[in-house]
Design a protein around this ligand. Structure first.
Ligand code: AQP
Length: 332
């Protein structure tokens, strides 16, 4: 059976981009793959959360996964730092990743911004740890949003470099799964900018925990253009805000952009916004209720995470042990 691995940082307040670009697709994929869903707490350390924050957000992220439909009796949900093989393999991979490869990573450039010298090494090395996260399970497929495509390519390059060095087809090159009409959910305030948690404006994104009134308000305030909606994606090529709202609509109603466009042809944005609000409320409010119930039982969540880590450790240790043999590292 093919295996998927994906993860989200426990940085609090997941947004619609995380949901539609990642979790929503995981729920559908878990039926046909052996699935590992990680809470990547070590990646989150690059943003310096307090101990209380990261502890709480790790459980909250697990609750979000389950509330959104990840089935813990079938999929393995675990915390990255509970599987030490990720960091060990990451160090080994860092010796295979030329600086030139890392210097090309656009996400680092965006996140480091003008103060590149102040950015921490963890942020710079993030894609190397991500390669270890994936390859330590020999995952065949990685469902992610489009923003992670470049990191996936680096993972494939690292796997290739390792295989070449040891003249063995040891790591299969994992394929990205970038699925659905909302692979890149854009800011509600600017259709050319990615929806992200670091955007200073709360009105740029829908949080998974926003209540119905907040969702309605944010959608009402979402940027639009003065035209009526057109009947085809081609006719809306240069209308990023319209396309963004339609893509979100498509992803939530399991329909393609090609089908969503004619549904709104000749209508005003207010019609699209009203339908979109209803869809968001119908999706997110039940998710929130399930999450609230799960958060009342931290013991249950910890049991799931412990079980997930046991399974993950077994697999990851096996890969790491093989890697050490190939490299020539002594083992105890
Ligand atoms: N806007 C988005 N559209 C589609 N997918 C998205 N993802 C994130 N934003 C969008 C996907 O969510 C998964 C987990 O992401 P992460 O936890 O690694 O966080 P991130 O990508 O750093 O999220 P943000 O909000 O974009 O953070 P900042 O503001 O720090 O840059 C991934 O699969 C990602 O593709």
């Amino acid at each position: 059976m093919n295996r998927i691995l994906s993860g989200i940082q426990p940085t609090g307040n997941l947004h619609l981009g995380n949901y539609l670009g990642a979790i929503h697709n995981w729920v559908a994929l878990q039926k046909s793959y052996e699935a590992f869903f990680c809470i990547v707490d070590l990646h989150a350390l690059t943003t310096h959360p307090s101990p209380e924050e990261i502890r709480a957000w790790t459980r909250e992220t697990a609750a979000n996964y389950i509330a959104a439909g990840i089935d813990p009796s079938h999929s393995h949900i675990f915390v990255q730092s509970m599987v030490p093989a990720h960091t060990e393999l990451s160090w080994i991979f860092s010796c295979f990743a030329p600086l030139g490869w890392l210097n090309r990573m656009t996400q680092f450039k965006e996140k480091a911004g003008k103060h590149r010298d102040q950015a921490n090494l963890g942020l710079y090395a993030y894609p190397v740890l991500m390669a270890a996260d994936i390859l330590v399970y020999k995952a065949t497929h990685v469902p992610v949003g489009e923003d992670q495509k470049q990191h996936l390519e680096l993972t494939r390059d690292i796997a290739g470099a390792f295989n070449h060095r040891y003249k063995r087809d040891f790591f299969k090159l994992p394929e990205p799964l970038i699925l659905g009409p909302a692979t890149r959910v854009m800011s509600l305030k600017e259709g050319t900018v990615k929806m992200s948690k670091s955007d200073p404006s709360d009105y740029s994104r829908i949080h998974l925990m926003d209540d119905a009134d907040t969702i309605a308000l944010k959608i009402r305030k979402a940027k639009t253009d003065p035209e009526l909606l057109a009947g085809t994606p081609e006719a809306m090529k240069n209308r990023p805000e319209a396309l963004n709202l339609l893509n979100i609509y498509g992803a939530l109603s399991n329909t393609s952009l090609e089908k969503a466009c004619p549904h709104f042809e000749g209508k005003s944005f207010s019609v699209l916004k009203a339908e979109l609000t209803d869809l968001l409320v119908a999706t997110l409010i039940p998710l929130q209720e399930r999450k609230k119930d799960l958060m009342k039982d931290p013991l249950y969540l910890d049991t799931i995470l412990k079980k997930g880590a046991e399974k993950a450790n077994t697999l990851a240790q096996h890969t790491l042990s093989e890697v050490k043999d190939m490299i020539g590292l002594l083992k105890n």
